[in-house]
Design a protein around this ligand. Structure first.
Ligand SMILES: [Zn+2]
Length: 494
């Protein structure tokens, strides 16, 4: 079955879409689209069957009438008024038009594709599905309400690079003065240690807080939604949909950050925290006070009960003594895969690239302005949340592979190990005269020097240390001129 959306976008409801619909949740109609994921990969929720319609389809397929199940089993995007939390399905909570929360679904060429339905404990491939008849009875009607990316052929307007203002929501730990210093601006508070740059990600549990406003006053999220092709480019749209796939921060550790970790994608999806992302992150150290260190991973394996004991009793010294202590200096980069416990030492200013979520599990909160027992576990309960922590022993050479020491004087190009490739890119460009960089959604953080950013058809943007500049796909090629040192953060390669 095929259909065309109002925006003229080709949309393909596979003949077997019923199978997919059955897989992702009761009553949800899904469509494969070539604009999400790579060719014919990815699922988009386009609507829901009515209960009567579902029963009609079951009757036609010769299946028994299905009893109504309690709301707790529902995969609906609506929260129940009371009672237990809804059981999230494989895709988190989804609703019609949730194109941003699409999860790539693996290859499905040749009529055979993997499926899994954690709600029913079923998995396999479409070819050997035991309940094929039931799944094929879910053939979706052509009631498409999908808002898809506009067709790639559409003409786009060329966009200027945008110099972004600071965006520093209040946090529970101290810091902010090094960001003000770096940007050459007055200090704005003692608890504004993070500057969320080009953010399409709100703080956990918040609606707008953390989102970046463009110089026009428009939210970046709204701007991208209104012209995703211009902002993100056709390859990114095909691979990831409309999400920017990137969160960049400046972070000033005014005090040592509490020990914490972030869930990976599978954990986040399985627990309904996000439809597709966990939070791996990477740091590039911009400046640091005396003897700066970071703490990364456990040096011996720690079982869950031992970790739970440390956390519930707030035995911070025991945790820190079991973690690797890694000295860093300005120019170093550190990749922190999701799950790895970590803490940033005091006095460090860094640029962070992250998966676009705000998902943190606190292992330490004593002495900080937060109640970790109440607010440190993403609403999952501490026992469940601690299961996202990587508790295995990390050998020193494994930790060394996460840490790339500064290569003074010659570093240009990628700063991160290949393990970071699925999540984001971070490049450093030290330019003596001029250098052309390829087009794409990105954030430039100017570390030092003076220069300018030229693009064809747009006015030149003067660059100086402390500026953060947002570029889009439609900005086109970027020419850096002058004597300038820049970090460029980008989404993963599409
Ligand atoms: Zn972190």
């Amino acid at each position: 079955m095929t259909g065309t959306s109002a925006e003229g976008v080709y949309l393909r409801l596979l003949g077997s879409v019923g199978a997919n619909a059955g897989d992702i949740g009761r009553g949800i109609i899904a469509a494969h689209s070539p604009f999400v994921g790579s060719a014919y990969q990815g699922l988009v929720v386009v609507g829901k069957h009515s209960r009567a319609g579902m029963q009609r389809r079951r009757r036609r397929a010769g299946l028994p009438r299905k009893r109504r199940r309690p709301r707790a089993d529902s995969t609906s995007s609506r929260e129940p008024k009371s009672g237990p939390r809804p059981v999230p399905n494989h895709y988190g909570r989804l609703s019609a038009g949730d194109t941003d929360r699409v999860r790539p679904y693996g290859p499905c060429r040749g009529g055979s594709f993997p499926y899994s339905n954690p709600m029913e404990g079923a998995s396999g491939t479409s070819a050997d599905a035991p309940d094929r008849a039931r799944r094929e009875s879910w053939v979706a009607p052509a009631t498409l309400v999908l808002m898809m990316p506009p067709a790639p052929a559409r003409e786009t307007t060329r966009m200027q690079p945008l110099v972004l203002e600071p965006n520093q929501p209040s946090r529970f730990y101290r810091g902010g003065s090094r960001i003000a210093n770096f940007r050459g601006l007055p200090e704005t508070g003692a608890n504004v240690p993070e500057d969320w740059v080009a953010s399409a990600t709100p703080l956990f549990g918040a609606r707008d807080l953390g989102l970046t406003r463009l110089p026009s006053g428009q939210l970046l999220t709204d701007a991208v939604a209104s012209d995703p092709l211009a902002w993100l480019g056709p390859d990114h749209l095909r691979r990831f949909g409309r999400h920017t796939e990137l969160l960049v921060k400046l972070l000033d550790a005014g005090e040592r950050l509490p020990i914490h970790a972030h869930p990976d994608r599978d954990f986040a999806v399985a627990h309904g925290l996000d439809g597709r992302h966990g939070k791996s992150e990477a740091w590039m150290v911009l400046a640091a006070d005396n003897d700066p260190v970071v703490h990364l991973g456990f040096s011996r394996s720690v079982d869950l009960s031992e970790l739970a004991g440390w956390v519930s009793r707030q035995e911070v010294d025991a945790m820190l003594q079991t973690m690797h202590r890694v000295p860093v200096r300005a120019g170093d980069t550190v990749f922190v895969p999701a799950g790895l416990p970590h803490a940033i030492g005091p006095g460090i200013l860094l640029v962070e690239a992250q998966e676009p979520t705000d998902l943190s599990v606190l292992l330490e909160w004593q002495g900080f302005g937060i109640d970790g027992l109440r607010d440190g576990h993403l609403g999952l309960g501490l026992e469940t949340a601690l299961r996202c922590i990587d508790r295995r022993a990390w050998a020193p050479e494994e930790i060394a592979r996460l840490h790339t020491p500064s290569r003074d004087g010659k570093s240009s190009g990628s700063l991160l190990p290949a393990a970071a490739d699925p999540f984001f890119r971070m490049e450093r460009w030290r330019i003596a005269a001029r250098k052309t960089l390829d087009a794409g959604f990105s954030v430039l953080v100017v570390l030092a020097g003076l220069g300018e950013l030229a693009t064809s058809g747009a006015a030149v943007t003067p660059l100086r240390a402390g500026l953060t500049v947002l570029t889009s796909h439609a900005t086109g090629e970027l020419e850096l001129r002058g004597s300038i040192d820049v970090v460029r953060c980008r989404p993963p390669v599409a």
